[in-house]
Design a protein around this ligand. Structure first.
Ligand SMILES: NC(=O)c1ccc[n+]([C@@H]2O[C@H](COP(=O)([O-])OP(=O)(O)OC[C@H]3O[C@@H](n4cnc5c(N)ncnc54)[C@H](OP(=O)(O)O)[C@@H]3O)[C@@H](O)[C@H]2O)c1
Length: 246
């Protein structure tokens, strides 16, 4: 019997990278899983894969930056699963870095719309369920939101991730007495499609532990934060970066 038996985890950005790895780990540990993302093909494939592990799993095609889609999706999740215990706010984009005077306004907006406003939409719609279950939220920030070094000229990305950290702090402080824990992870350089064809070996040289981690390494931290072993943790901003932010 897994540690999340009978629990329901909702994961945004579940169709790839860290989200997909975390969805899989929750399912392996006994949770039922609601997968949110835009790519229907990848979402359906993951739904099929996790269902084979014995989990109740549904994929919901949804753009987190669209408030109407998020509202409909949250309602459907409530109907399909009846309760929600864990929300992993993970969906995010990292658009090309460039100087501010060259950056398209659309890129700035798209970054904020997904990375922080989308997180607000999803949290707003699922909070009533988390209140009822005394559940927990884990937000995916980045070390780029902690310090300038990691992300060079990623002005919009870094600023959006700094906003994720402050959003997490506010929620942790205010939701504690309502029984909801809120923590924020700050991954460093993780080997997922968001990195594109960037040279992992060059990144590895800048990481004290000497390697770029897999998304599964982050998934383990997320499931720890969602577990009873982390029952006294809230408001934590946790780098998962092999020391890259030092
Ligand atoms: N990899 C790293 O080095 C690293 C480091 C620090 C933080 N992070 C953060 O980790 C999170 C996951 O990224 P990843 O590395 O796993 O990259 P990834 O493989 O590109 O995954 C990004 C996920 O976000 C989803 N997504 C993007 N925009 C969305 C939207 N508008 N609505 C719904 N889903 C959306 C994508 O799904 P669809 O395309 O199906 O919508 C995809 O599942 C992001 O927040 C990222 O900023 C990553």
């Amino acid at each position: 019997m897994g540690i999340f038996e009978g629990k329901v985890a909702v994961i945004t950005g579940a169709t790839s990278g860290i989200g997909a790895a975390t969805a899989k780990r929750f399912a392996e540990l006994g949770a039922n899983v609601a997968l949110i993302g835009r790519n229907g093909l990848r979402g359906q494939q993951l739904e099929d894969e996790l269902a084979r592990l014995g989990a109740l799993v549904h994929f919901y095609p949804c753009d987190v930056s669209n408030p109407e889609q998020v509202e409909k999706t949250a309602k459907k999740i409530g109907e399909d699963f009846s309760h929600v215990d864990v929300l992993f706010n993970n969906a995010g984009v990292m658009l090309p870095s460039m100087e501010v005077e060259r950056m398209p306004v659309e890129d700035w907006k798209a970054t904020f719309d997904t990375n922080i406003t989308g997180m607000f939409y999803v949290t707003r719609c699922l909070k009533p369920y988390l209140l009822e279950s005394k559940g927990c939220i884990i937000n995916n920030g980045s070390i780029a939101g902690l310090q300038h070094y990691a992300a060079g000229r990623s002005y919009a990305y870094s600023a959006s991730k700094a906003a994720v950290i402050q959003f997490s702090h506010q929620m942790a402080k205010n939701y504690g007495e309502e029984g909801i824990r809120v923590n924020c992870i700050c991954p460093g350089i993780i080997d997922t499609p968001i990195l594109g064809d960037r040279d992992r070996a060059i990144y590895a040289q800048r990481i004290p532990l000497g390697y770029v981690a897999s998304p599964e390494a982050v998934a383990k931290v997320v499931t720890f934060l969602a577990s009873d072993d982390a029952a006294y943790l809230t408001g934590v901003v946790l780098p998962v970066d092999g020391g890259a932010s030092l």
